[in-house]
Ligand binder design. Sequence first.
Ligand code: MAN
Length: 461
Amino acid sequence: MTDEDAEKLASMDLDGSVHSEDLGGKSDIRGVPNRDADRYAGLRFSCDQGTRDLPMEAVNDEYCDCRDGSDEPGTSACSGVAKDSGFYCANEGYRSMVIPTSRVNDGICDCCDGSDEPSGSCKDSCKEDGASYRVEMERLQKIIDAGKAKKAEYVAQAANVETTIGESQRQELEAKIEAKREEEVAAQELVDKLEAAEQQRQKLADAMLRTKRINSLHLSMLSRQQLEGVIVDAIVEGGKPMDLVNIVQKVLDDTFDGTAEIATDGSTSTVEVPTVEWVFSDTNNANDKYHDPYEELGDDDEDVDIEAEEEIKDQEVDLVAADAQALKDARRDLRSIEREVSALEDEKRELERKGARDYGTEKQWYALQDKCFKAQADKYTYEICMYGRAKQDSVNLGDWDGFVDNSNHKVFKFANGQRCWSGPHRSLTVHAKCGSEERILNVREPSTCEYVMTFATPAAC
Ligand code: MAN
């Protein structure tokens, strides 16, 4: 189907036939169709709804007597004077037509049978015109037939599809959603429980780290006065980890006479002030290079809570290894259930949305749902998406507003588009015409921001 064919199809009537004025052939009176022959058959002629009575000689006498112009159907005498009743040419062999009477006897052959001009001035080309017209019509008819065949495919495609959401379908989907939501609640509870345990573990780990730092700095060995000094010096020095370790080292050296040896429980051990990195690292790793001297000394000083530390370590190892993985798994499971719930809800919404759609009496529009078609017209690219949105470039021309009543599902609208500058919201009316394929044939804007489109599609065949 070429653009030209499409244009021709667009000019054809909705049923695919070409508009013509076949009023029953030619009568004996010039410019009058057979259908009206009786009116011109008597001895007298009546016009202007019976208010004027004329002798038959007054008909086609080149003088306009009637206001309705009916006494001069075969001359141009009434053109511009009265209402134009038109000149009928039978055009035998081609299409009959009605032309304005102003074109009668004007030296131009408008009718192919030449009846609008004095006899002998025009060649009768109706036979030839008719032959090529029929060839053209047959060709266009083939396009229409192809469109009809394609429409039959559309109809078949939709035949077995449930286009209205059934009660059982809805209930089934709702039950599925309900069951999934219960799973979601259980999964959320598990995540909450494991997160609480993780928080607890973190608290214990923090406490343990703190204990480690206290122990590593041997703060328990310092007097209250020395500790107060450490605090003040640390503040004065800026409170940096390195400063703090140096301060503590100095206090320890002073206290233990530079020997760096301490005696507890009668035993002797070297006090090893650990490296800054170790003390302030955030780990509690058992393989750490610093070894707490109090452990060896069997010190059970209250301040250095080795037992608590061990207990924490045990708990931590379990939690880190098992619960952290369990939490990860539980979160993953929850996310996957949440996704399933949302997919089911989407499915339900989609079903309801589609169930509410009007696909036409034969569901002929079903195959085109959500399909989009584009075309360039003037300086814009227009796009329509069936049951969706229409656009002019990126400007919203409106959302689907349904088929126009009594249009036989051949006219549909998009409404409530982007507001026109100090005008209405943009809207588009689409006139669907039979064609062998989908194609936007033309777009006009007869009134500002109110657009009209002609669209060829098999669905309109
Ligand atoms: C844009 C287009 C036109 C429309 C004007 C109205 O230029 O959408 O079609 O007529 O806006 O201002």
